[in-house]
Write a protein that binds this ligand. Structure first.
Ligand SMILES: Nc1ncnc2c1ncn2[C@@H]1O[C@H](COP(=O)(O)OP(=O)(O)OP(=O)(O)O)[C@@H](O)[C@H]1O
Ligand SMILES: [Mg+2]
Length: 310
């Protein structure tokens, strides 16, 4: 390594946004220089700052943001920076499905491959769910299930699209992994997602916003991506409705649906895959969603329930 390269490595280790200058990501014309959006610069800085000041500051993060806004890219860049510049660390990548976390690992490896040689290290292990460097740090992937993480000492736990986790999986995670992981002073947890209604993810977000947890909440709005301006917003609302825009592109949690009191709604339920108990559970869930003001009047046939707002 030349002296200049040594200095660059030092600068990158101290400042993630220096490192970002050497990152390439896959764009419409192949791998090209990553020019982070302003929010990505800030978010990466925030992740690093809170990690470096973990003894005195909150350092877990929950981030909600719009679709296709570069959330996973930011997470992948942070994971790679952390991997390269911290020794003997374990990084867990969680997804609500196995394939999600594996795909992120693939993206991390691609970014790694396109780094200049002087920023790379010897790769000690490289499988589709494990990536280990000579500095002793490694990334492993896991599906969103507590079993895959429980008992492991994970220094950095990254959880992409967390809001899409099944309630039962999330509950298991909350019961067994979440409290110990969130409370470890030397570990960092980052959850990032597009919102997905009223669920466990929303509960964690709500507590973070109220300041009553170890998480820092960040909400990215529709205009965090250059080009998504007022005109984009209006077009989205025109084409897809406000609710869609708010949830998918403005990171709003849609908590309840307003139904005019005189409106009768017919909900078709395909009961074929449902046992009677499951069908009952489904109706109960609906009641919960509509503030228990629903009355099941008739079951018209085996696949159609008539439900009335009372
Ligand atoms: N700063 C950037 N400049 C240009 N393109 C970017 C930037 N950040 C991300 N992208 C590209 O935008 C696309 C979406 O990025 P990414 O998958 O990270 O977004 P996301 O918010 O995780 O999307 P999704 O909601 O589908 O999970 C990708 O093709 C990615 O390469
Ligand atoms: Mg993503």
């Amino acid at each position: 390594m030349t002296k200049k390269e040594i200095n660059i490595v030092k600068a990158c280790s101290k400042n993630i946004n220096q490192f970002v200058k050497y990152v390439k990501i896959l764009g419409p014309e192949g791998f090209a220089e990553f020019r982070p959006y302003q929010y990505q610069v800030k978010l990466l800085r925030k992740f690093v700052h809170s990690w470096e000041n973990r003894r005195t500051e909150k350092h877990n993060h929950i981030v909600v943001g719009p679709r296709q806004s570069g959330k996973t890219t930011a997470l992948a860049v942070y994971a790679l920076w952390y991997l390269l510049f911290n020794s003997d660390k374990c990084i867990g990548l969680l997804g609500y499905k196995d394939s999600i976390s594996k795909e992120i690992l693939l993206r991390i490896k691609e970014i790694y491959n396109y780094l200049p040689d002087f920023l790379k290290q010897e790769v000690v292990r490289n499988t589709k769910d494990h990536f280990r460097l000579a500095n002793g740090s490694y990334i492993f992937t896991a599906s969103m299930c507590a079993r895959s993480v429980r008992g492991k000492t994970v220094d950095l736990l990254l959880f992409d699209e967390a809001a899409f986790t099944r309630d039962s999986d999330f509950e298991e995670f909350i019961l067994s992994v979440f409290p110990t992981q969130a409370a470890r002073p030397d570990a960092q947890m980052i959850m990032i997602s597009t919102p997905h209604g009223n669920n466990q993810f929303y509960e964690i977000y709500k507590r973070a916003v109220s300041g009553n947890s170890s998480f820092i909440a960040t909400r990215l709005r529709y205009d965090c991506v250059p080009g998504r301006d007022e005109e984009f917003k209006e077009k989205m609302i025109r084409d897809n409705g406000r609710a869609f825009f708010e949830q998918e592109y403005n990171a709003s949690f849609l908590i309840s649906k307003e139904i005019p009191s005189d409106e009768k709604i017919i909900i078709k339920v395909n009961t074929n895959p449902l046992s009677p108990a499951e069908a009952k559970g489904f109706i109960e869930k609906l009641k919960e969603l509509y503030s228990k003001k629903l009355d099941i009047k008739t079951i018209k046939n085996k696949t159609e329930y008539e439900i009335e707002y009372v």
